[in-house]
Design a protein around this ligand. Structure first.
Ligand SMILES: Cc1cc2nc3c(=O)[nH]c(=O)nc-3n(C[C@H](O)[C@H](O)[C@H](O)COP(=O)(O)OP(=O)(O)OC[C@H]3O[C@@H](n4cnc5c(N)ncnc54)[C@H](O)[C@@H]3O)c2cc1C
Ligand SMILES: *[C@@H]1O[C@H](CO)[C@@H](O)[C@H](O)[C@H]1NC(C)=O
Ligand SMILES: *[C@@H]1O[C@H](CO)[C@@H](O)[C@H](O)[C@H]1NC(C)=O
Ligand SMILES: *[C@@H]1O[C@H](CO)[C@@H](O)[C@H](O)[C@H]1NC(C)=O
Length: 487
């Protein structure tokens, strides 16, 4: 086969420009100039789709040529970073070409500017490991196997978020390939409106090939624990966690916490917290904000240290090992304003809907988790120029995530997830505590995400869509992902 580059150099001579054709091209005609790869990696097999061709560009110019070609020939395609989306077709396509960014995996650090330049196809594992020798790190995935591209364009909850906002707020600039193949930079100085839209804009504006990120000092020790508590601890644990949601995270933003409940097969529900602290931490005399979860006032089944006086990379690698690829998963998310009774009510709804019929499916486990988003988190987002999310006051992001083994159970699990979510949303509305924001990275296949960012944000995203992708290539030709209303 001729190489991709050779054919593309003269593709303008042989291909008809038909961006407005009503019919999409048969993908086979889109493939001719491409060298196809067979590599197919998805974290959840339930999200896997086998593309007609997987194209693995070696550099930004390859991406630009491919996108330009697809635009001209009216070919449908998909874009994949680390393949951690839960939704089939978000980073895959059945009749079309998948651009897999996995070879865009360089990481460099400039001590002069304190900025790290990161290829969009990286996993966080490689990013953390590459930056550690410089005693810096970046806001990235809490699980190190997650991909950079999807995570950063969807927001990104990080262990540093209480101090620094969403990971996406810590982007200094991006290199992005637009629909016409043009390679541009977006930052607070250049293409600043586009830059803001990209922070939550997913794959709607172009293929991002490089992220330049602000770094954080990592010369201090990083600590992480998992606490596991019995079902009977729910009231005590949720009471403590409610206080973390209502000021706790702001009282010591070096801390980070997720609290959750899980049911594994037919066993009783357990509660858990994942806590981190990005500074010296003496487990015998812990920071007051995390102390309640470590002492015996909330009886625990286990307190498992993940990293003591270690690094953020160690914590993320340990979490990643606990969530290895290969199991089927789906996801659903919504948000609430903190309310102790509501937190417990939602947990009850989830437990109630996790019926015996659901629990006895092979390989079943289900997680119901809460992420407090406090004042300092939101202030950090605003101080960095804002994003697309339209959040104006502290809230709690909630998600439900079941796991199972068999493809035959996919539909039942998606239905279960949607049912838990819909009932919970109604309970939150009834309590007057429903927050319309939905975290894109946790969005389920049947959810509207971008409309939840609010009218002002959606309008800005629409205006910039017309300006930067006037033919709506990333809506029309890239069917997968969360789309901007009207596109
Ligand atoms: C085990 C696990 C742990 C997780 N932990 C966290 C967490 O701590 N915090 C958090 O916020 N989220 C977390 N997530 C969610 C995660 O952020 C999303 O699944 C995210 O989409 C993963 O990015 P990816 O590049 O691996 O995804 P992919 O599946 O490759 O892509 C997701 C979407 O982004 C688009 N996209 C990817 N790269 C680009 C690019 N360069 N340019 C344009 N569009 C692109 C794709 O087209 C696709 O629609 C976790 C997910 C898993 C499975
Ligand atoms: C990183 O920190 C370690 C320990 O404090 C120190 O020995 C090393 O010189 C530092 N490296 C750089 C590049 O600053
Ligand atoms: C970790 O660091 C703290 C603070 O410097 C210290 O008190 C503690 O003993 C250290 N723990 C371990 C296990 O080294
Ligand atoms: C369920 O939990 C038990 C005990 O924690 C563990 O031994 C078992 O492997 C788990 N089962 C699954 C399917 O994860």
């Amino acid at each position: 086969m001729l190489s991709f580059k050779t054919i593309l150099l003269c593709s303008g001579l042989v291909l008809r420009v038909d961006a407005f054709a009503l019919q999409f091209r048969n993908p086979v005609t889109c493939l001719q100039p491409l060298e196809c790869d067979t590599l197919s990696t998805y974290w959840s097999p339930a999200a896997r789709q086998d593309a007609t061709c997987i194209f693995t560009p070696a550099n930004t110019q390859d991406v630009a040529r491919a996108v330009k070609l697809f635009t001209r020939k009216n070919c449908q395609f998909a874009i994949r970073g680390g393949g951690h989306s839960y939704n089939p077709g978000w980073a895959g396509i059945v009749n079309g070409v998948l651009i897999s960014l996995s070879n865009l995996n360089t990481v460099t650090y400039d001590p002069q500017t304190g900025l790290a330049s990161i290829g969009a196809g990286n996993r966080w594992r490689n990013v953390y490991a590459s930056l550690a020798p410089h005693n810096v790190t970046v806001l990235g995935g809490r699980s190190s196997n997650v991909g950079v591209g999807g995570y950063l364009t969807g927001g990104g909850i990080s262990y540093y978020s209480n101090e620094r906002g969403w990971a996406t707020d810590n982007i200094h600039s991006v290199e992005i390939v637009l629909a016409d193949g043009k390679i541009i930079t977006a930052s607070r100085e250049q293409n600043s409106e586009l830059f803001r839209c990209i922070k939550g804009g997913s794959n709607n504006y172009g293929v991002i090939t490089k992220f330049v990120l602000e770094t954080v000092d990592a010369s201090r020790p990083f600590n992480g624990f998992v606490g596991v508590y019995p079902d009977s601890s729910t009231n005590d644990l949720f009471t403590a966690a409610y206080s973390y949601c209502t000021g706790g995270s702001d009282s010591d933003p070096k801390s980070h916490m997720i609290f959750s409940s899980s049911i594994n097969g037919t066993s009783v529900a357990l509660n858990a917290v994942i806590m981190t602290y990005r500074d010296a931490f003496d487990a015998a005399n812990p920071a007051p904000v995390l102390e309640p979860y470590l002492d015996s006032n909330i009886p625990n089944l286990a307190i498992i240290p993940i990293s003591i006086n270690g690094t953020v990379g160690e914590v993320a690698n340990a979490l990643s090992n606990g969530q290895a690829p290969g199991n089927r998963y789906t996801m659903g998310t919504f948000s609430i304003y903190a309310d102790l009774e509501l937190l417990k009510d939602l947990r009850n709804i989830w437990a109630e809907e996790t019926t015996t019929t659901i629990r006895t499916r092979p390989g079943f486990a289900t997680e119901f988790a809460f992420q407090p988003v406090g004042e300092k988190w939101l202030a950090s987002s605003a101080a960095r120029g804002g994003n697309s999310f339209g959040i104006t006051s502290p809230l709690v992001v909630v998600w439900i995530q079941p796991r199972w083994n068999s493809a035959a159970d996919d539909a039942v699990m998606v239905e279960y997830t949607d049912r838990v979510r819909t009932r919970c949303e109604q309970a939150a509305r009834d309590a007057g505590k429903f927050a319309k924001f939905r975290h894109l990275n946790y969005g389920g296949r049947n959810q509207d995400i971008i409309p939840s960012f609010g009218t002002a944000s959606v309008l800005r995203m629409q205006l910039n869509k017309i300006r930067y992708d006037p033919l709506n290539v990333f809506g029309r030709l890239v069917p997968g992902g969360f789309k901007i209303p009207g596109f």
